[in-house]
Design a binder for this molecule. Structure first.
Ligand SMILES: Nc1nc2c(c(=O)[nH]1)N[C@H]1C(S)=C(S)[C@@H](COP(=O)(O)OP(=O)(O)OC[C@H]3O[C@@H](n4cnc5c(=O)[nH]c(N)nc54)[C@H](O)[C@@H]3O)O[C@H]1N2
Ligand SMILES: Nc1nc2c(c(=O)[nH]1)N[C@H]1C(S)=C(S)[C@@H](COP(=O)(O)OP(=O)(O)OC[C@H]3O[C@@H](n4cnc5c(=O)[nH]c(N)nc54)[C@H](O)[C@@H]3O)O[C@H]1N2
Ligand code: SF4
Ligand SMILES: [Mo]
Length: 730
């Protein structure tokens, strides 16, 4: 067969880098960055380039596998697997109801619109509240703030990065993560662009991350950002620097509310918690408020903290109070290519807190429940107890706080089906492991992130290569199970009703329809220069629709009935009171934060030989002052202890951590069916985190993994061991 080159994009992270896949004999043999991609312009990171190795991984699951009573997995046919799964689900549903079956959708559904919506659709068709996603250990608090402030969960303004002069970054590391909730392939160029134009980027982080090192680092004690933000706002109001005109124009009665809420939080009152001197806070507040074009941006450093909703709220308040919302170089509204804001709004799916979870009483977010509750939903008897779970493109047994408890709970399920490309730790508990397909093997649409792209951007690309013959697209698997149960999997009632009349739309048909009725759509020919799926697939590198994001569009963008930002949120005031009263844990004095690495994605990619070259080990970063206090030297094996458990890892003594904080890469310590990942060693970070409901972000149920109270002690000092070896050597 001749060699072919296919253009698509990489959906491993939110970078959306354009890639060219060389296909030979039906297999991807090479990937290179696509020079013609208008946003990534010839950039891709090592993960995207490694796609052929990911696809050809010797441990890849390529046929359906069924667990035998002996515990081993055997290959079965798709029909046998699907029939048996549907039969077992039918028994459970008949006995306990549709609300005893659930799904968990993982991070690898990021570019997989079909998989994500078929998951949500199956839950909706079952009438089940057990719709869990990795977003609830990531970003659900952002949706909550969208709902409260802007009237729609999916509204998340982004910094106008190419025109701003001052960017305040709270807990994000875009130089490694390639930016999240701000789609900017070539993130480094856009962030450094601020400085090149004479502006400033200040990075607030307990770790001198790669991004902090490249700009101005302001160290903070982990999980105390809300107090810093409150003090920044307090200073801005006290110094008369709030933009009263913008507050009057853009918000509903928020001015007095927010001023009163932060009133007591002077920089002097918070410095002992944040570790940031009052004078530094005042100077920062003044600089932020007086720079004409400024924006605050933040990610996992705040959203994975214990009060992520409040942090996101206060960060948005900083942008709003300084008049930067909806202004050039400030904090601006993106544009979705497929207008899911409109579609979910019309379908009544843009919800928050319309119901509460059974055991923990967390509010639903966009119809989903928090993953931290999953273990208790499985183990707590009663109507609605979770009995069967389908895990799609996620590895919750490692990624969810309190993985130890969740692992035990997963074993109690009557049925666990895992749809993955690897035998993960979660798959280790599964009755069936079904082989999904990779991003280059399906058509991809950045359904979640197109609204956060730095420019309005059209992107939907066809698959580059056929999947291995035994693998199936995730939506198809869910669809087949549903068909056997007589269900039409769609979160949209109208589409379910259509399906029940016999007209079952495929994901491509559904999203073609959504695109065509979106503002950029072709309205079925009525707008001849508009977009549909076919036109998008003819432009797989993507097309920039406008050179800049619009400003002064608040009234068009908001979904609040009065078209104003609803800053007045009494729940936020209560959260600030709660957080301010948080006791300091003297027994566990060090705050643990997660470290993301360039060549892994969350809990996977440690099985890819190409990405494991060099000296790759999991090491705990600890400041020399804390190391000395605990008698730790570099290379020692140390125990990290939290209220939940303990793990052993190797120490790396480094000034990259601000004293009082320690940093550990997550996603290590494997024991699944991926041999290289297992051999990489390390320990699972989430054995230290807890699923206990009260420790997580109360307003969203989002998991708390950053800023966990810990203590560290030496298990096995390296130095005597080295001396002994030297002795033996002599
Ligand atoms: N301690 C700690 N915990 C964290 C975080 C942290 O920073 N620290 N981060 C949190 C965040 S931000 C997130 S998003 C979550 C992620 O949580 P998860 O989504 O549960 O974890 P991932 O490792 O991303 O799991 C993705 C899985 O999908 C599989 N996969 C990859 N591509 C495909 C595909 O195309 N199809 C299918 N079917 N499977 C595929 C991979 O093999 C992997 O098993 O973890 C959260 N947990
Ligand atoms: N290479 C790579 N890229 C990825 C991923 C990956 O695993 N590897 N995962 C993808 C996913 S799922 C996501 S969600 C994004 C995440 O994208 P980012 O959020 O940009 O990435 P993180 O590395 O989680 O960055 C969080 C930063 O916050 C800091 N931090 C931790 N605790 C605190 C705190 O309490 N306060 C403050 N101010 N800072 C804190 C950490 O030290 C870290 O530097 O990355 C995506 N891209
Ligand atoms: S930066 Fe993200 S999107 Fe780009 S190639 Fe790497 S993993 Fe893929
Ligand atoms: Mo994430």
């Amino acid at each position: 067969m001749p060699t072919q080159e296919k253009i698509t994009y990489c959906g491993i992270c939110e970078g959306q880098c354009g890639i060219v896949v060389t296909v030979q004999d039906g297999k991807a043999v090479k990937v290179r960055p696509d020079e013609s991609s208008p946003l990534s312009k010839g950039f891709a990171c090592p993960k995207g380039i490694a796609y052929p190795s990911i696809a050809a991984d010797p441990d890849r699951v390529v046929e359906p596998l069924k667990r035998l009573p002996s515990g081993s997995l055997v290959q079965v046919s798709w029909d046998d697997a699907l029939d048996d799964i549907a039969d077992r689900l039918r028994t459970i549903i008949d006995r306990d109801g549709g609300d005893s079956v659930g799904l968990f959708g993982g991070h690898a559904l990021l570019d997989n619109y079909s998989g994500f919506f078929w998951d949500a659709g199956m839950c909706a068709a079952l009438g089940s509240p057990h719709n869990y996603t990795s977003s609830s250990v990531d970003i659900n608090n952002y949706w909550v703030v969208g709902s409260m402030l802007y009237g729609h969960p999916l509204i998340n303004p982004i910094p106008d990065i190419d025109r701003t002069d001052f960017l305040l970054v709270f807990g994000a590391n875009p130089l490694i993560s390639h930016s999240s909730m701000l789609t900017a392939p070539r993130a480094r160029d856009h962030f450094t662009g601020v400085v090149r134009r004479g502006g400033r980027v200040v990075v607030i982080d307990p770790r001198r991350s790669e991004t902090a090192a490249a700009f101005d680092w302001l160290p903070i004690r982990a999980d105390e950002d809300v107090l810093l933000m409150a003090s920044l706002l307090q200073t801005i109001f006290a110094d008369g620097l709030a933009d009263q005109d913008a507050l009057e124009r853009q918000t509903t009665d928020g001015r007095r509310f927010i001023r009163d809420m932060v009133g007591g939080h002077t920089p002097e009152s918070t410095e002992h918690r944040t570790g940031i001197p009052a004078a530094t806070v005042r100077a920062l507040a003044r600089e932020f408020a007086t720079t004409p074009r400024a924006a605050a941006y933040g990610r996992c450093g705040i959203s994975l903290g214990s009060a992520g909703t409040l942090a996101k709220y206060l960060m948005d308040a900083l942008n709003i109070v300084t008049g930067n919302l909806d202004r050039v170089g400030g904090y601006v509204f993106g544009e979705e290519f497929v207008d899911l804001q409109l579609i979910t709004h019309l379908a009544g799916a843009a919800t928050y807190d319309t119901w509460r979870t059974r055991v923990d009483g967390f509010p639903e977010v966009l119809g989903t429940a928090p993953a931290v509750s999953m273990a208790r939903e499985i183990t707590t008897p009663g109507k609605g107890q979770l009995k069967a779970l389908i895990v799609n493109a996620g590895n919750p047994a490692m990624s969810v706080p309190g993985s130890g408890e969740l692992g035990r709970a997963l074993q109690q399920l009557e049925l666990l089906v895992v749809l993955d490309v690897q035998q993960t730790e979660t798959a280790g508990y599964a009755d069936y492991v079904l082989p999904g397909v990779l991003g280059i093997e399906r058509d991809c649409l950045p359904w979640l992130n197109s609204g956060h792209t730095i420019k309005p951007f059209a992107l939907w690309a066809d698959k580059a290569v056929e999947p291995p013959p035994g693998c199936r697209e995730e939506w198809w698997v869910v669809d087949q199970i549903c068909a056997r149960l007589g269900l039409v999997p769609s979160p949209f009632p109208l589409i379910r009703e259509l399906g029940e009349t016999g007209l079952r739309l495929t994901p491509q048909q559904t999203f073609d329809l959504f695109l065509r009725i979106s503002p950029r759509g072709d309205l079925f020919g009525r707008r001849p220069d508009g977009w549909n799926r076919e036109k998008a697939w003819q432009n797989p590198q993507g097309v920039i629709l406008e050179d800049e994001l619009p400003t002064d569009v608040l009234h068009q963008k908001l979904y609040t009935p009065d078209k104003r930002v609803h800053l007045e949120q009494p729940k936020m005031r209560d959260e600030l009171v709660r957080h301010t009263a948080r006791p300091v844990n003297g027994d566990l004095p060090l705050r643990l934060v997660s470290v993301r690495e360039l060549r892994t994605c969350n809990t996977y990619l440690l099985n890819v030989e190409k990405l494991m070259t060099g000296d790759r080990r999991q090491r705990l970063r600890i400041n020399p002052v804390d190391a000395e206090a605990a008698g730790i030297s570099g290379g020692d094996m140390v125990t990290i202890r939290s209220a939940e458990g303990e793990i052993e890892v190797e120490a790396l003594v480094s000034e990259e951590m601000a004293a009082g904080n320690i940093g550990l890469p997550q996603g290590w310590g494997h024991n699944g069916g991926w041999r290289l990942a297992n051999a990489a060693g390390g320990a699972n970070y989430n054995l230290l985190t807890t699923s206990a409901a009260e420790t997580h972000d109360q307003l969203s149920g989002n998991g708390h993994v950053n800023g966990v109270d810990t203590a560290v002690s030496v298990v096995r000092p390296l130095a005597p061991l080295v001396e002994t070896l030297h002795e033996v050597g002599r």
